[in-house]
Design a protein around this ligand. Sequence first.
Ligand SMILES: NC(=O)c1ccc[n+]([C@@H]2O[C@H](COP(=O)([O-])OP(=O)(O)OC[C@H]3O[C@@H](n4cnc5c(N)ncnc54)[C@H](O)[C@@H]3O)[C@@H](O)[C@H]2O)c1
Ligand SMILES: O=P(O)(O)OC[C@H](O)CO
Length: 345
Amino acid sequence: MSARRPLPAKVAVLGAGSWGTTFAKVVADAHPDIQVSLWARRAEVAKEINEFHLNSQYLKDIRLPENLAASADLAQVLGGAPLVVLAVPAQSVRAQLKTVKPLLAPGAVVVSLMKGLERGTDARMSQVIREELGLPQDRVAVISGPNLAMEIARREPTASVVACTDLEVAQWIAAVCTAPYFRPYTNTDVVGVEIGGIVKNVIALSVGICDGKHMGDNTKASVITRGLAETTRLALALGGELETMAGLAGLGDLVATCSSPLSRNHTAGRLLGEGLSLDEVNQRMTQTAEGIKSGRAVLDLAAQMGVEMPITEAVVAVLEGHLSVEELAPRLLTRELKSEGEQQQ
Ligand SMILES: NC(=O)c1ccc[n+]([C@@H]2O[C@H](COP(=O)([O-])OP(=O)(O)OC[C@H]3O[C@@H](n4cnc5c(N)ncnc54)[C@H](O)[C@@H]3O)[C@@H](O)[C@H]2O)c1
Ligand SMILES: O=P(O)(O)OC[C@H](O)CO
């Protein structure tokens, strides 16, 4: 595929939550001549977008561009779209793809915005997409980075990473989503980009718990740094690259998510740290905090790869009720002494 491939006349985005709507806005702002078609599960969400250019449940009073239209009709949204972007919760993707498959335009490229690992299979979203849609790797891409949706919706300058094994495809997608306030970089490390986005959610739960227990910045910096170490071990074991983990989709996203009150994963962790039960947290959360469901899958994948992930292990123990939030931080500090640079330990 050539980097000079023309921009698509239509882009389909599936999932009208925070990130799907915001990403649709990025593309529509970037290219007023592209028709951006957003699939909403609920007809009333599509109606509000079309009639008032708002998605108030997810993006409050942010005004959406005129060339962004929504529909609850999947066939209408997917019809004739050479670029399809997925932004639904990770655990629902496989079921969603079964309905997408017969409606996908021939030759369409599919992009994952999701940051979750599938429970049961431990599959990354690009793997689920390839399996369910039967696509070659050069027709599947991922986008990840320090991308808190609300900041981007407010047009605050943000960078991200588009990854595809075919660099020219990544460059084509980057051209589609380059807006004055959104700067995508490209690379071919799909595994590293996805793992960075998945594991940072689990680490953010841990940092949130520490915040909820009123621990200070030393604790948070320690968990973030050691969190990056264990994320990197897993990514490298799976074939990802070190540079990716030091970049926007690794360190960048980890810092943003662990620092921001806008992060749903950080918020869920803070609520746990403040003493709410997991059921109470789930009831309180109105948006997707992927780390809650992905944590167990990350740990299972790490076990298969022979990678130690002590922070993830402790977070999963809290989520599964085997460890109290009071015991989390001490658990992380009472492991055997070792050299900081030991990548496989
Ligand atoms: N919000 C962000 O800042 C952000 C940024 C980067 C990546 N992401 C990732 O994007 C993905 C989507 O997150 P979001 O923030 O848009 O979530 P969200 O909770 O805001 O919205 C999820 C959307 O999916 C729909 N949905 C829920 N269950 C579904 C199902 N079973 N089948 C089909 N659709 C369903 C909802 O109606 C909603 O439109 C997640 O993997 C998240 O990690 C989010
Ligand atoms: O709100 P979170 O925790 O899902 O994080 C959103 C984005 O992934 C941050 O990059």
